[in-house]
Design a protein around this ligand. Structure first.
Ligand SMILES: C[S@@+](CC[C@H](N)C(=O)[O-])C[C@H]1O[C@@H](n2cnc3c(N)ncnc32)[C@H](O)[C@@H]1O
Length: 276
């Protein structure tokens, strides 16, 4: 998968998110917008047993546990710090938490196939090098009639930051996210019905240091293997900030774009004869 080999290792992702757990909710503006959209778009799917992949601080899992038609929610995450935070902040008895890698669902869940009516994931699987393994596991665990509903970042994410760095050097300072065609092809290996809705979300920031601080606190700062040591030297950073400053708008704000793909996918078994 183009770009995926350059993603950080799973242990680095786990460590970054564990370290970010305590501050994550204060700076998760984009994540809240996307999670709320995902929950709103998929309200019809909120029933039965649910698996939330990359549950983080538990925001999505907790909201689903409050839905009367939902019987149980498993929040799965690779970062122990995130799971500990979620456990101590959400006390609904329908919730349970599981440490594990989304790329190894059968090894990690050790439960029967076809056991989840809804598998949801908000802004987590873009960290996975092996999306094929993620979707294979998801298809394996969906019940007949079950739905996968997820949100994942696309390659236009942080394009202003990428551009500003490109004016300074040729290194990769911003994580590469999966292209639409690749995502679609990987999904169609495992699902019969696939719908992807693309959305660009533009946030405003008062300064570049505020943006990079938020990315770090979110656990989303670049740990790309091509981001060689020492690339963030003060001189280069100052130059990049100067370039980014040229994008400041009339209100004195800096634009930050996120590209989000909202996915709805059904296995063969989940599609009824009338095609719904
Ligand atoms: C940006 S946070 C989103 C958290 C939550 N879904 C939300 O919307 O607030 C991404 C989460 O995905 C988790 N994650 C990343 N890679 C993972 C993997 N391979 N398996 C399971 N969880 C993973 C991270 O540890 C982190 O908690």
């Amino acid at each position: 998968m183009p770009g995926s080999n350059f993603l950080p290792d799973v242990q680095q992702v786990a460590q970054a998110f564990s370290q970010a757990a305590a501050t994550y909710d204060q700076v998760a503006g984009l994540q809240r917008i996307v999670a709320d959209q995902l929950l709103k778009k998929g309200a019809d799917f909120h029933l039965g047993k649910v698996l939330d992949i990359g549950s983080g601080t538990g925001y999505v899992s907790a909201q689903l546990a409050d839905v009367a038609e939902v019987t149980a929610v498993t929040g799965l995450d690779i970062a122990e710090g995130m799971l500990n935070y979620a456990k101590s902040h959400h006390l609904n008895s329908k919730l349970n938490w599981h440490l594990g890698d989304a790329q190894q669902l059968p090894l990690t869940l050790l439960s029967n196939a076809k056991s989840y009516d809804l598998i949801i994931s908000s802004l987590a699987i873009q960290w996975c090098k092996n999306l094929d393994a993620v979707f294979s596991g998801v298809a394996h665990y969906l019940t007949e009639g079950g739905v996968f509903h997820g949100a994942i970042l696309g390659p236009q994410t942080l394009h202003q930051l990428k551009w500003a760095w490109s004016q300074v050097d040729n290194y990769q300072h911003v994580n590469e996210f999966v292209a639409l065609d690749t995502l679609k092809n990987t999904l169609t290996n495992h699902f019969v019905e696939v719908e992807i809705v693309c959305e660009l979300i533009e946030l405003k920031y008062p300064s570049v240091p505020q943006l990079t601080k938020d990315l770090k606190q979110l656990g989303a700062s670049n740990r790309n293997v091509h981001a060689a040591q020492g690339l963030m030297g003060v001189g280069r950073l100052r130059k990049m900030v100067q370039v980014y400053e040229s994008l400041r708008d009339d209100q004195g704000q800096l634009p930050v774009t996120y590209e989000v793909y909202y996915i709805t996918a059904k296995t063969n078994a989940s599609i009824t004869t009338d095609g719904t």
